[in-house]
Design a binder for this molecule. Sequence first.
Ligand SMILES: [Zn+2]
Length: 437
Amino acid sequence: MDPARGVVPRADVLVIDGRIAAIGRRLRAPADAAVLDLQGKLVQPGMIDTHRHMWQTVLRGIAADWTLGNYVDLMFGRFGPLFTPDDVYAGSLLGAIEAVDSGTTTVVDWSHNMRTPQHADAVVDALLDSGARARLAYGNYAEPAQDWVLRGDIDRLRSERFPTADERVTLQIALDVFTADFPERPAWTWARDRGFEITTHAGVVGRQPADLPERLRDAGLLLPSTTYVHATTFTDESYRLIAESGGTASVAAESDLHGGQGYPPTEKLRRYGIPTSLSVDTVTWFSGDMFHAMRATLAADRGLAHLRAHEQGGLVDINELRALDVLAHATIGGARSMGLQDQLGSLTPGKRADIVVLDTSSPHMTPMINPVGAAVLQASTSDVDTVVVGGRVVKRNGELLGNGFARARRLADASRDRLRAAAGEKLWREALNPSGR
Ligand SMILES: [Zn+2]
């Protein structure tokens, strides 16, 4: 992912004090260095997920057959209000550990169930305890943004808990706009004036204005640091404005295809030159690893191109979106979206040592011909051999180190049971087999 280097065969990676110090053949390491023998394996940058609602992890898989309408009714309307600070702690902890286990070293935890200050503190605790690099995107879908934002709990959280040691966990704000008259504008202005970077679900079909960037421009709120999540159905002018502003998009292809948020917009993003990252969204519904996110993105983009060509009686001659492109979206694209492209997203001397090693000895990785193709289209979480976050080894030989997962599993099982009891069996059954709206 470092264009100056490309794919380097048989290289060493030297890490000193949490940062990459050198990459090359036969590097000399300090005498007291720990040496990991990774011969025959693939070494890549840690992946970056720019939008995942980790508080929901304790309800993994409950939404398998949901539509977006089911999600709004059931997750936001029925289950969300039942979550206590202990539940969001358990979900965020397990979600971050799951991310690291699957080679996602950095997650933007789109935490939009901050009903009380205790919920917010619980999420910070979980992210610090997890070992992952994370950005807490503080949100609260339960109230209009103009109400909860102006109460200022995120200011309290920032002054009490940030910056964290080694800045492994950082903070931003998660704000959505639902109607064309933009009643959330005071909240956006407040966030801008206090220097909070904004991530926003935007351009979702049937739920959000297709010209949000135009409204943001008119309000002086079109900011270079904003991440537009989904970004499926904007006007051409809105895509142009995002590109011009320096904003970025987070493509949640699996989510868009299952839920109906709109078609994954990779073709539009390319056309307008909008920097792109990828995201999982929620494991209540979809896969929790970036391998699936990369595959869904690539398949959606190519599938649409084929369909269009076939409808015209023709064929696609060449695939525009390449495996290398989506690996870039999943790594350096995520770093760019977070404004951390100088720190994360590629194996480059000086950057933080967030490193993922893929084993290549399984039948589905044999024989090795195309390392990028293998990482994008063949690999899965079972191949993630070693994970390093900021120079600290958190997974080795396919096993998470420490007892963090055992604890997270206990807490998540207990949270699931508590939420089921609180929901009641009728709602639980409806969630598992939704009858429609
Ligand atoms: Zn989302």
